[in-house]
Structures are given as C-alpha cells and as structure tokens.
Design a protein around this ligand. Structure first.
Ligand code: PLP
Length: 400
C-alpha cells in the first residue's frame, strides 16, 4: 500500500479499464469515428490539463520520460548544465544525463527542497536549466527560483513527480516553470501502476514534447506528417489501459488531497499537543502542499538518530534511494574525459539536514523515504491520536 491512490482504488478504475478491454482498442490511437474507441488517454490529457489549469498536456509512460521530453522540448544540448537538488529520486538526474545534459547538484534547505542561494552559487556559463523538485509534496520556493531563472536567463522544468495537485501562491504546481513533469508510479498521489504526465502553456513546447514522446509526430498524429517531423523522437506513449486506470484515479484526486491535508493537520496538532522540546516540522512553502508526509526535525544529528532507532525507523539521510549520497550508480558515473563529478559528502548542508530529519507517513508508506512510522489515509481520528501519543511517548525521553 505505498501511495495514497492505492488506498482509494475501487470500482471506478475497474469500470474504466473494463471499457477498454471491451472496446478492443489498446493503443492511444484508434478509429476516431468508431464510437467503440473510448479515447481514454486523450480524455486523461484533457482532464489533467483542466485540473492543473495548463493549456496543453501529453500523457507518457513514466515521470522519467516526462522529464526527458520536457528537456528535449526546451532544446537541451550536449553538456548543458542543469541544477538539480541533492535530495530527490535518481530519475531527476538520470533523465538529464539520458538527453545529454549534466546534472549539477545543489544543496537543499529545511524545506527539503532546492536551496535557491546555493543554486545561484552553482551557476556557470554552461548552466541552462533549473530543475526544482517539489519533494515529498512540498512546493519549492518558486518565487526565488523563478527570479533566479529570470536573472540568468535559464529554463525551469518543474519536477512535480511527488506533488500532483499541490499549489503555490494560487497556481497549480507544474504551471509555474516552462513545463511540469508528473509520475503515476505506485508511490505517487494517484497512480496507474506506472505512467507520467507533462504539462505546459506553450504550444511549441507541447508540439516538441509530443514529438519526442512519439517518434517525431505532431500532436495526435493529425494531418500529413511526412515533411513535418522536426525532431527525432522515441516511443514513450501511454496505452489505453493505463490511461483508463489513471482517469479513474484522477477523478478522485481532490478527495484524496482533502483527506491527506485533514489527516496530516490532525496528526501534527496531536504531536504538538505533546509539548516536545527541541523538535520542529519542516518548512512548508504553501499550505496547498500535498500533505503526503510529515517531517520532523531535531536539533542535533545524535538526537535524531536516537529517536529514529526508538521509533524503529531511520533518519532521512539513511533512508535509501532519494539521497545523492546513497546513489552508488551516480557516484560511480564518469564523464567522457574520465572525471567523477559526484561524491559522498559533497553537499554538507544537505547531509546535516537529512541526518536531523525523520519522515512520518501520512499518505506515502515507503520505507525508501524512511517513512516507516506514522499513519495512513485510512487512519481514523482515534488512531491518529494514538499514533501521535505513541510518537510523543517514545521521543520525549530523548529530547525532553
Ligand atoms: C522526484 C521524482 N522525480 C522523478 C521520478 C520518476 O518517475 P517515474 O518512476 O514515473 O519514472 C520520481 C519517481 O519516483 C520522483 O520521485
């Protein structure tokens, strides 16, 4: 039961998928004048665009593909540097490398998202992109990131893979930068097993992203293609079964987010009522965050380590995949001229913050994020109070 969407699975998704099974049309392209062709992927794109307030949307087969298509749409060239935070999933880096770019790692701050001050320090003459990651559903400080982009004339691709439905200053995440990339894997706010979505308000970027995801074709393969294909693409298409499942989940997204926000608020209040000394909660940049996790931060690394042990959990630094320090495949990466640009402890501030932080589950139950302790989207009020009391009882002797 890893992501919130899995808890809300029901007849709606089953019904959508059955319609595709009965229609016999499994590919996103079918005979438009056959009423039996249900056009689930196309409908998903329209509804996703409407939900986020974006003008254009392309459904793809993963969040990684969405990131690659976004970078290609913006014309990434070999050797272009892309600022990426050191706390994210490896895909934020691997997508850049796969299309010829060079990820340049930045520190995070107490929000566990990109530190804009460090990002500015890492800008070189080769920097062309910023890839802020709305990590664990928390919107980045987009005001400062967009100001940086403007000052240095950089493109912004928002990695919203963990933050579908989140908002920042009244706008949905993914609509602030040039493009926004989303994942529908099983750990995400809603899921379709796997899958991805890409949004933008720019028609040319939409056409280029669409072309990259489908062998250079114009959107929806409409019109005469021969002579009109401007770039070499791949096949990252979403199929109708995935589209159907995702549609069932998308229509529940508002309900899922409301549930997460209410349960997280209750969990946090109940912990606060315990009067623990010396713990804080991570900085959240906008109340419209996704509320998938509750992160507590301790004054020292030692206290956090003791608390994690007592909770039978881990500090975020030791939680696995999402910390650059633990990405052996990245640390072993060598450039064409033999340099090894990434190494352990290269981001001391990030290391320190992650060693002082523990993630408590609310909607994402993922040991890979260190969220072994906490509640689920199905927890009742009584259970939430009980979990908060248990947390306070365990942590109080450690930090007072
Ligand atoms: C921050 C972030 N970026 C990118 C991705 C890649 O998404 P996908 O697994 O759908 O390729 C993920 C998925 O875990 C993620 O968490």
């Amino acid at each position: 039961m890893p992501g919130p969407g899995t808890f809300f699975f029901g007849d709606e998704e089953r019904q959508e998928v059955m319609e595709v099974m009965q229609s016999g049309y499994l590919c996103r392209y079918g005979s438009d004048d056959d009423p039996n062709f249900k056009q689930k992927v196309y409908t998903l794109e329209r509804e996703f665009a409407r939900f986020t307030g974006a003008q254009y949307c392309v459904a793809v087969n993963s969040g990684t593909s969405a990131l690659m298509a976004a970078l290609v749409a913006l014309g990434i060239r070999p050797g272009d540097e892309v600022l990426v935070p050191g706390y994210t999933f490896i895909a934020s880096m691997s997508a850049v490398l796969a299309v010829g770019g060079v990820p340049v790692l930045t520190e995070i701050d107490e929000s566990l998202t990109m530190d804009a001050v460090d990002a500015e320090n890492k800008i070189s003459p080769r920097t062309r992109f910023i890839l802020p990651v709305h990590m664990l559903g928390n919107p980045c400080d987009m005001t400062r990131i967009m100001a940086l982009a403007k000052k240095y004339n950089l493109h912004v691709v928002e990695d919203c893979c963990q933050a579908l439905g989140g908002g920042y200053q009244g706008r949905k995440l993914g609509t602030i930068g040039a493009l926004g990339a989303f994942s529908l894997n099983i750990y995400k706010v809603i899921n379709a097993g796997d899958g991805g979505m890409l949004i933008t308000n720019d028609q040319t970027l939409y056409q280029r992203a669409f072309a990259f995801h489908d062998q250079g074709h114009l959107p929806l393969r409409k019109g005469v293609e021969i002579g009109n294909r401007t770039l070499i693409g791949l096949n990252m298409r979403m199929n109708e079964l995935t589209g159907a499942y995702a549609l069932g989940q998308l229509r529940k997204l508002e309900r899922i987010l409301n549930t997460l926000r209410a349960k997280k608020a209750l969990f946090k209040q109940a912990i606060q009522a315990g009067g623990l000394e010396g713990i804080t909660f991570r900085r959240i940049h906008d109340p419209e965050e996704c509320a998938t996790l509750l992160t507590v931060q301790f004054e020292t690394e030692e206290l956090a380590a003791q608390a994690a042990r007592a909770l039978n959990s881990k500090v975020v630094f030791n939680s696995g995949w999402h910390v650059y320090h633990n990405m052996e495949q990245l640390l072993e990466y060598r450039t064409a001229d033999g340099r090894q640009p990434y190494h352990k402890n290269m981001l001391p501030r990030t290391d320190s913050i992650l060693k002082r932080s523990i993630n408590l589950s609310v909607g994402v139950i993922d040991p890979g994020l260190g969220a072994d302790f906490g509640i689920t989207p199905l927890s009742t009020e009584a259970e939430i109070h009980q979990k908060a009391e248990e947390f306070v009882r365990i942590v109080k002797p450690i930090c007072g």
